[in-house]
Design a protein. Structure first.
Length: 250
């Protein structure tokens, strides 16, 4: 048969067909049918392709903000505009959710969402020592790759991480409340470093939780929303590590 080959099973002497066109893609988790497995792998590749594009755009915009001083100076000199950029992603979440299945509006809103966040990240990096930014970037990459690989491996073994949802949501709410209190009652550098470390742990947990959702629960039409969640997890993990390392260095 075209596209397939037969191999002998040495244990039971049976012939097993392997789809050469799909490269013998491994099953994501026990009980998943071969057809559903191929569709799910295609969905995962699509989501990671979008996330990779977002991260590349964030890197480019951040580098421009850091290297081209006038942009950084304009943003620092206009705190109102910078505050607008910080709240704009929250506003864009609504139209992205509503139009997530309407092309090209979904990608237009996604681009604006990524661009606004990239500018704020660029300002944070521009006001931090370059060595610390590089170390935070390397550490974030290592953590993301390790946790993603572990989640795929654990899912294949039948493990489920849905129980992390309530725990992470409660932890994130406490983290947000603590950050809000810091606005009126600033903490010392040590406390800020601890705050950054706790944030890094929470968003590391979210990477595992959202990757597990990507493998098992997101529908095929939710590729935009799945991309947003993973992108925010990675970005917030990087910012938390950057904050922790910056305060520890101080």
């Amino acid at each position: 048969m075209f596209g397939y080959t037969k191999v002998s099973n040495t244990k039971v002497g049976e012939d097993v067909e392997i789809d050469l066109e799909t490269g013998g893609t491994s099953t994501l988790y026990p009980g998943l049918s071969p057809g559903e497995n191929q569709l799910r792998w295609g969905f995962i590749r699509k989501v990671y392709g979008i996330v990779a594009t977002q991260l590349v755009l964030t890197t480019i915009v951040s580098c421009i903000t850091i290297l081209y001083t006038p942009i950084n100076e304009v943003l620092k000199a206009n705190p109102g505009f910078l505050l607008f950029l910080m709240f704009l992603p929250l506003v864009l979440l609504w139209p992205m959710y509503v139009y997530q299945q309407k092309h090209p509006l979904n990608f237009i809103f996604l681009g604006l969402f990524t661009l606004s966040l990239s500018l704020t990240v660029g300002v944070s990096c521009a006001n931090t020592d370059g060595k610390i930014v590089l170390e935070a970037l390397i550490l974030t990459s290592a953590v993301v790759c390790s946790l993603t690989g572990y989640t795929f491996w654990a899912s294949k073994k039948g493990k489920d991480f849905s129980y992390l949802g309530p725990i992470l949501f409660t932890s994130l709410f406490v983290l947000f409340l603590t950050g809000f209190i810091q606005v009126f009652f600033p903490l010392g550098s040590t406390s800020v470093a601890i705050y950054g470390g706790m944030g890094a742990i929470i968003f590391a947990g979210y990477i595992v939780y959202d990757t597990d959702n990507l493998i098992k629960r997101f529908t095929y039409d939710e590729y935009i929303w799945a991309s947003i969640t993973l992108y925010l997890d990675i970005l917030n993990l990087f910012l938390s590590i950057l904050r922790m390392m910056r305060q520890a260095n101080n």
